[in-house]
Design a protein around this ligand. Structure first.
Ligand SMILES: Nc1nc2c(ncn2[C@@H]2O[C@H](COP(=O)(O)OP(=O)(O)OP(=O)(O)O)[C@@H](O)[C@H]2O)c(=O)[nH]1
Ligand SMILES: [Mg+2]
Length: 397
């Protein structure tokens, strides 16, 4: 890693120099204000000092490098293991006729074994649930939902609900079954809510893991609200982690003609929000945070707790695998008031977002479906969500 210290008059100039010298992937290690020149503490000029570094090797994100969180379950193995545990448990019970003969250690071991058994039983129950089969006309819908990326449990739930709703002779009516499935999905996605500027300044922060499209989405929203709805807007970026991130938002700001502020710490964010109280909308961009990186998450939490945005939107990509989506949600849930779902254009099996929406129980605000700023974004509605999740499914084709 190459580390270098830069000084300059303003953050912007210094960042530009860092970008020129170290490239857009440089990371900011430290920023501080220093006094330079002067005499006996008088007439000194305040300067900015930024320490930046560049990795010689590209860094892989935690999510990319991790093993898949959920390994496929081998049901036969579980059953065998369960039977062996049962056998062993029976032998142990025979050997230890009375509980009173057991030492504390053995008792705790048995307790542990009981817990393991309970877990295994749970897994088997889940597996057996998986095996639940539907009559032929419904089975193909079930398979289709699975192909769309819906979890086993969610697909089961939807098909069971529709099978109960419709008389058996109607199960072959594809259009009807599709419409009923759509209704079920719409019910589960009924919470949608977009940004509604009012007389008071509305402060909206976007948070989420790295690379999901936070900055691009701010660009789309800012362009839409300022150019089309003629709202007065300011953009603030708290993402000074990568030089390129600041440049990216600045570029959006310049193109649409809205001010962009760069803040280095939570207090800076608070001050910047106050400076723009004359605006109707303030968007805060934050650095992508890996849910596995505790220190980075705490930094983000500090920004949000001091900045106190009115809305904090958790940006999640439809291309993230379902296990990681849940993990990200668990880590960000205490900060988030809304969901934004991105990259819906990049995956044909976005069904896991239904599991996410149900689990999160947060209103979905926007859906994005491409890299074009400002076009590739739409306000979320239950209908649009159902269409994304189910696609144009027709098991007869
Ligand atoms: N296909 C597709 N690409 C998108 C979408 N939204 C953003 N992207 C692309 O995803 C990449 C990352 O977007 P950013 O906006 O920089 O993501 P970010 O969350 O701000 O990333 P960090 O600040 O590094 O955490 C860019 O290449 C975007 O053009 C989308 O809806 N669809
Ligand atoms: Mg960004």
């Amino acid at each position: 890693m190459r580390v270098k210290r830069f000084t300059g008059d303003t953050i912007g100039d210094t960042m530009s120099r860092i970008k020129r010298e170290l490239g857009p992937d440089a990371v900011i290690l430290q920023t501080r204000r220093i006094k330079e020149g002067g005499f006996l503490g008088l007439f000194a000029r305040t300067k900015v000092e930024i320490t930046a570094a560049i990795e010689e090797e590209p860094v892989r994100t935690a999510i990319e490098s991790r093993e898949p969180a959920v390994k496929p379950i081998n049901s036969e193995y579980i059953k065998r293991a369960y039977e062996e545990y049962r056998k062993k448990e029976n032998e142990d019970v025979k050997e230890n006729k009375s509980d009173n003969d057991l030492t504390e250690d053995t008792k705790s071991e048995i307790k542990q074994m009981h817990n393991i058994l309970k877990e295994i039983k749970g897994q088997i129950a889940k597996f057996e649930k998986k095996q639940q089969s539907f009559p032929a006309p419904m089975e193909k819908w079930f398979d289709l939902l699975r192909q769309r990326g819906l979890s086993q449990e969610m697909a089961n739930e939807l098909i069971t609900a529709v099978s109960k709703e419709l008389r058996e002779e109607l199960w072959t009516d594809s259009a009807l079954v599709y419409a009923r499935l759509q209704n079920q999905v719409m019910k589960l996605c009924s919470q949608t809510d977009t940004i509604k500027p009012s007389d008071k300044t509305l402060v909206v922060a976007l948070v989420g893991p790295t690379g999901v499209g936070k900055t691009t989405t701010i660009g789309k929203l800012a362009a839409g609200f300022s150019i089309i709805e003629k709202k007065k807007i300011a953009l603030i970026t708290a993402d000074t982690y990568r030089v390129a991130a600041v440049e990216q938002l600045r570029t959006f700001g310049e193109i649409i003609g809205v001010p962009v502020e760069v803040v280095m710490n939570p207090e800076g964010l608070k001050e910047a929000i106050e400076r723009h109280r004359d605006k109707e909308l303030i968007f805060i961009d934050t650095a992508g945070r890996s849910p596995h990186h505790g220190e980075h998450m705490s930094e983000l939490e500090a920004f949000i707790s001091v900045g106190q945005p009115d809305l904090t939107m958790l940006v999640m990509s439809a291309t993230t695998n379902p296990a990681d989506q849940m993990l990200v949600y668990e880590r960000f849930k205490d900060l988030s008031t809304h969901l934004i779902l991105t990259k819906l254009d990049e995956s044909v099996a976005v069904g896991s977002i239904l599991d996410l929406i149900v689990k999160a129980n947060l209103p979905v605000a926007y859906l994005t479906n491409g890299q074009n700023v400002p076009d590739d974004i739409e306000a979320a509605t239950p209908q649009k969500l159902a269409r994304c999740i189910l696609g144009e499914v027709n098991p007869d084709v």
